[in-house]
Design a protein around this ligand. Structure first.
Ligand code: FAD
Length: 559
C-alpha cells in the first residue's frame, strides 16, 4: 500500500532510507511495531497499499526487519468522505471508492498469505493510532510514508503529536516517486526547476532509481489482542456500487494482484509497451496506454517496479522510444509531486504558481454544461460523459477538456480540478492539481497561452468520429468527421441524421474563431484512429544502438 501512514512500533532504529524522530527513549518496551496506512492523496482514500507481494513498502520492510510484532493498518478516514471546498462535490466518488475497497481487500489477502493481515479501522489515523497505542501499551514506533500536500501533512502532524504524547518514536519514509526525493540534484527543493525538461534532463543524467526491495516470505505476526476489523462496504461509506459501463476504457479492479496482471499483459503478453508512443494518444479501449495510473495512485504498484520491468523488457525484447516514453511519463508524475513539495499550498491557489491575475469566471450554468457533457462541442462532451460514467478519461481527453474549461469558457480552473478529484479513479492530488495548473497557464508550462483547438484535436485524434459516436449516441446519425461540428451542417444534413440542434443536442455554448479553419476539413491528423495506432503482436526487433543519444537526439517533451 503506498501507504502508509504506517505506524510502527518498534524499539529498533531507522534504516538508512528513513528518518527517525525520537520524542523520548523507548526504554524497555516490547518490540511491537504498528504500521498505519495513511492517505496518499489530499482528499482521497488512496493510501497505503504499497505492493507487498512483489515489493514491500519501505515502511513494512523496515518494521519487518526490526520488530517482533507489526500492525499493518489502514484507516478509512471520514474526512475523505466530506465535500470539496469550492463546489461541494463528494471528495471521493464511487469509482474510486470501489477501487480502493478492492485494493484494501487484496492487500489483506496478500498479507494473510504471509502470516500477517491488514488491520482496518474507520476513523482518523490520529485517533486510531492513539487508541492502538493505549490498547497495546508497548508500542515503540509508528512509521509512515511522508506526503507532499497540506491535508496529508496536517494528518502527519497529528500523528507526531500523538506519538510525542505517548513517548513513541516516529519513523518516516519517502516512497511514492520513481526518483527518491533525497537523490534529486536540486537541494533544497526550492531549487527544483519550473520547467519539466530541465528537471528531466538533470535527474536522468545525475540521479539513479533506487532498487525495489524484496518481500519476506513470512511476515512478523500481528501484535496479540489486535482485532483485524471489518472492511466496510460501499453502503457503509454512504455510496452505492457504481454500474460498470461496458464502454469503459478501464474495466479493472483494484489491488496489487490486478496491477501485476495488467503489467504482465501490457509488457510481456502483448508487447503493447513497444508501441506505447504511437498509441498513447488513443481514446477508446484498454490498449492505447498502460492504465497503470489508478494502481500507482494508491500505491498498489510502485513506479520503481514498473521501471525495473521496463529495463528487463528492454534487455529481453526491445528498447525503443516507446519503452523510454513510459518512463518519460512517469517522470511527469514525479515532477508534479516535487512541484507540490516546492510550492506547498500554492498548488491550490487561484493564481497558481505564477501568482498570475486572471479574471476567472464562476458561471455555474456553463460549468454544469461542461461537467454533464452538454456543451454542444462533441469532442468535449464525449470525454466528459466518459469520465462521469466510468471514472476514467484518456490523457488526450483530459488535456482538451481542461483547456476548454479554462481557455474557451474562462472558468475558475479549480472547479474543473474538483470535478476531476471527485470522479477520477486514478485521482492523485499532485498530478491532478499540477496538470490543471499547467492547463490553466499558471503552472509549469513554459509556453505562454497554450490553447487547444477542440475541432483540430477532434479531427487529429478521432478522425472518423468513432469516439464521439460511442459517448454521444444522439449524434450517431452524422457520418465521419462532420460529427465534430454539427452546428456547421445544413438543416437537410441534420434532418437526415435525426439531429435537431437545441432539442436532441445543444448548440455550442461557445465557438472559438480558430475553429473555423478546421470545419469541413477531412482529418489529417497524427492518430485518427481513436484506439491509437495498432501495436505489434510480436516482439519487435531489438535496437542495438541505444543509449542516452538515442533518447535525446529526438525532439521530445511534447505533451
Ligand atoms: P499512460 O499514458 O500509460 O502513462 C503512464 C503513467 O505515467 C501514468 O499511469 C501516470 O502515472 C504517468 N503520467 C502520464 N501522463 C502524466 C501526466 N500528464 N502527469 C502526471 N503523470 C502522468 N494522472 C493521475 O495519475 N492522476 C490524476 O489525478 C491526474 N489528473 C490529470 C488532470 C489533468 C487536467 C490532466 C491533463 C492530466 C491528469 N493526469 C492525472 C495525467 C494523465 O492524464 C494520467 O496519468 C493518464 O491519463 C493515466 O492513464 P495511463 O495510466 O494509461 O497513462
Amino acid at each position: 500500500m503506498r501507504i502508509t501512514r504506517g505506524i510502527r512500533l518498534t524499539s529498533h532504529g531507522a534504516d538508512c532510507m528513513g528518518r527517525t524522530h525520537e520524542p523520548g527513549g523507548d526504554g524497555n518496551k516490547a518490540r511491537v511495531s504498528c504500521l498505519i496506512s495513511a492517505q496518499e492523496n489530499r482528499w482521497s482514500y488512496t493510501m497505503c497499499l504499497e505492493t507487498p507481494a512483489r515489493e514491500p513498502s519501505r515502511v513494512l520492510h523496515w518494521a519487518q526487519s526490526s520488530a517482533d510484532f507489526v500492525v499493518p493498518l489502514y484507516c478509512f478516514d471520514p474526512r475523505h468522505l466530506l465535500r470539496t471546498q469550492r463546489c461541494g462535490f463528494p471528495k471521493t466518488g464511487p469509482h474510486r471508492l470501489r477501487f480502493l475497497l478492492e485494493s484494501v481487500k487484496d492487500l489483506r489477502e496478500t498479507l494473510k498469505k504471509k502470516g500477517s493481515t491488514l488491520v482496518v479501522r474507520k476513523g482518523k489515523p490520529e485517533d486510531v493510532v492513539r487508541d492502538l497505542i493505549t490498547q497495546l501499551g508497548s508500542v515503540s514506533a509508528v512509521a509512515f510514508h511522508e506526503e507532499a500536500t497540506q491535508e496529508e501533512l496536517d494528518v502527519e502532524q497529528g500523528l507526531r503529536q500523538v506519538c510525542s504524547q505517548h513517548g513513541v518514536k516516529i519513523q518516516t519514509f519517502w516512497g511514492s516517486t520513481l526518483y527518491h526525493r533525497d537523490d534529486l540534484p536540486f537541494r533544497p527543493i526550492a531549487r527544483l526547476p519550473d520547467v519539466y525538461t530541465h528537471f528531466r534532463k538533470a535527474v536522468e543524467s545525475e540521479a539513479k532509481v533506487r532498487p525495489t526491495l524484496r518481500m519476506a516470505d513470512q511476515l512478523k505476526p500481528l501484535a496479540p489482542g489486535v482485532e483485524e476489523g471489518c472492511i466496510p462496504t460501499m453502503e457503509d461509506l454512504g455510496q452505492k456500487d457504481p454500474v460498470t459501463d461496458p464502454r469503459t476504457a478501464f474495466p479493472c479492479s483494484g489491488g496489487e494482484t490486478q496491477a501485476l496482471m495488467r503489467l504482465q499483459y501490457y509488457f510481456w503478453d502483448t508487447n503493447l509497451v513497444a508501441s506505447y508512443k504511437e498509441t498513447r494518444n488513443g481514446l477508446v479501449g484498454m490498449d492505447y496506454s498502460t492504465k497503470f495510473a489508478p494502481w500507482l495512485a494508491l500505491g498498489c504498484i510502485s513506479p520503481r517496479y514498473v521501471y525495473e520491468q521496463i529495463r528487463n523488457y528492454e534487455k529481453e525484447r526491445t528498447a525503443n522510444q516507446s519503452t523510454y516514453w513510459v518512463l518519460f511519463e512517469l517522470l511527469w508524475r514525479d515532477y508534479f509531486r516535487f512541484v507540490a513539495l516546492k510550492y506547498g499550498r500554492r498548488i491550490f491557489s487561484l493564481r497558481g504558481l505564477q501568482s498570475k491575475e486572471v479574471s476567472w469566471k464562476k458561471d455555474l450554468e456553463l460549468f454544469n454544461c461542461w461537467k454533464e457533457g452538454k456543451t454542444g462541442v462533441p469532442f468535449v462532451d464525449a470525454n466528459m460523459r466518459e469520465l462521469a460514467a466510468t471514472g476514467f478519461m484518456s490523457n488526450r481527453g483530459r488535456q482538451n477538456v481542461a483547456s476548454f474549461l479554462t481557455k474557451d469558457l474562462g472558468l475558475d480552473w479549480r472547479m474543473g480540478a474538483e470535478w476531476f478529484e471527485y470522479l477520477l479513479v486514478d485521482y492523485d492530488v499532485c498530478s491532478n492539481y499540477g496538470n490543471w495548473l499547467y492547463s490553466a497557464g499558471i503552472g509549469n508550462d513554459p509556453r505562454d497561452n497554450r490553447k487547444f483547438n477542440m475541432i483540430k484535436q477532434g479531427l487529429d485524434y478521432d478522425g472518423n468520429g468513432d469516439y464521439v459516436r460511442l459517448w454521444v449516441p444522439e449524434l450517431q446519425g452524422i457520418k465521419g468527421a462532420d460529427i465534430h461540428t454539427p452546428w456547421a451542417l445544413n438543416s437537410a444534413a441534420l434532418a437526415q441524421a435525426g439531429v435537431t440542434l437545441g432539442e436532441t443536442y445543444p448548440p455550442p455554448v461557445v465557438t472559438a474563431p480558430e475553429w473555423s479553419r478546421h470545419i469541413n476539413q477531412r482529418p489529417q491528423g497524427r492518430n485518427p484512429h481513436p484506439r491509437g495506432r495498432t501495436g505489434p503482436a510480436h516482439p519487435p526487433a531489438p535496437h542495438k544502438d541505444r543509449g542516452v543519444d538515442f533518447y535525446f537526439s529526438r525532439k521530445k517533451d511534447a505533451r
